[in-house]
Design a protein around this ligand. Sequence first.
Ligand code: HEM
Length: 514
Amino acid sequence: MAVISTLVTSLPSLSNLVIYTFLAFGVYVILNILNQLFGPKDAKAPPVVFSWIPFMGNAIQFGINPIKFLQDCQKMYGDVFTFYMVGKKVTVLLGADGNQFVFNSKQNVSSAAEAYNDMTKYVFGREVVYDAPHSVFLEQKRFIKAGLNSDCFREHVPMIVDEVVDFFKDFKKPSGTFDAYHTFGSLIICTASRCLMGKEIRANLDKNVAQLYYDLDQGFQPINFIFPNLPLPSYRKRDAACKKMAEIYSSIIRRRREENDTSNSDLLQALIDANYKDGSDLPDHHIAGMMIAVLFGGQHTSATTSAWTLLELAARPDLIRALREEQIEKLGSLKTDLTFENVKELTLLENCVRETLRLHPPIFQMMRKVITDEGVTFEKTGHQIPKGNFLCAVPGVTQVDETYFKEPLKYNPMRWVDLDDPVHSMETGDDANVDYGFGVAGISSKSPFLPFGAGRHRCIGEQFGYLQIKTIIATMIRLFDIELEEGKGVPKSDYTSMVVVPEKPANIKYTWRE
Ligand code: HEM
């Protein structure tokens, strides 16, 4: 009774507390608005995007449709502006010059590791990628790139075809529908595991490994970027999965070494055979971490690109016809075995994938964190960006900017054949030939088309990515006629996961071909 009466008497003070909290928050919001409108401004700093809610800043608008949000900001503030997102200050630099500034920034000025490692170290493990000193990371990138070579690709193509045929063999006949992103997610994990992770991992995919991938993936969501470590079950499962994956890789490496099993064309073997510059072997946990990083670098990006490509093609029967004709013309027939060499010849198919990456880049923006005390100046506009700000390049905006592309929102693979198009000259600027330690970058950071990034953090999985997606699509159009569901168009983008995926429903209607 005494407890109840205490509670009852304390009710008014509780409700007062709530009222005072609301009032205090209201005052905070108003002060924040007044400060933005009338407070002192640093003339050299980039303009700051207005936001109603302190701390959260523009996180909600950015989260719903970042491309629209950034395009709207560009109209109001120009190519350079800063916005707040859950306590982080993000300075966006748009346009080809913005891309070049962010991607070419020196390692001791702005850092990808500072931007990403809080989150990635829990998923990939320690001492690899952003958790390694930068020079070591560049060595690690070199090993991965060396393991993704033409000899391996030659073996990968028939493996990918095999996986695709096997994956779809039980799909309902004569026709049916499937969800594009979900289906390619399941397929790519098979193809990537077989080609990169090794036969042992592929063999265990239906068992414990799939669950470990899942648990790691749950720790690789946008929320983990904001809150890298919380005492919640999903975080604990992520940590346990990372440890377990390292153990699994260790046992595979040990067995391969003991049995001298070197006849593998997978990336795992390339890493087992590699040595750091000082001559030391890569420790098992480095190899495991790099394998997980590669999986995460390639899995969702390739799954969503395959899904978007098939969705775009499903809306364009003329292109599917042209792709089959291309195979007949260049390979002789639709029954000729696909090989590394003949897949290279399928240029229309390549341009379809490239056009997909232009309209639907899985990673539409890339971040660095300013680490130098004096901050950094964007020479073109004279803006000074202080230490602690995130620099953000957004190829997802430049890739649909009509300054660089005619009819930018149209899916037109043929634009890549027009070599007079200004975008081609921008791809071959001077910095395309810089080698940061893992081979030449191959593309200028000033290009408006950068779905694989540029500079020292440029993707090293591009060739494998194209090969895998092309082989999958080339095989699928042999197996199926495809179309969108009655009355449906290509879906809108869903920005709520780490990569941009098609908004549901994103179904493909298929009919088996004879
Ligand atoms: C880096 C996109 C496939 C491994 C990147 C970056 C982008 C990207 C945009 C630059 C990130 C940054 O600058 O912050 C893609 C897309 C892919 C793809 C669109 C497929 C369609 C792959 C594959 C692998 C891979 C298949 C592995 C085999 C990596 C690695 C990095 C990277 C190791 C380096 C990260 C760094 O240096 O910071 N990728 N990627 N990617 N990607 Fe990919």
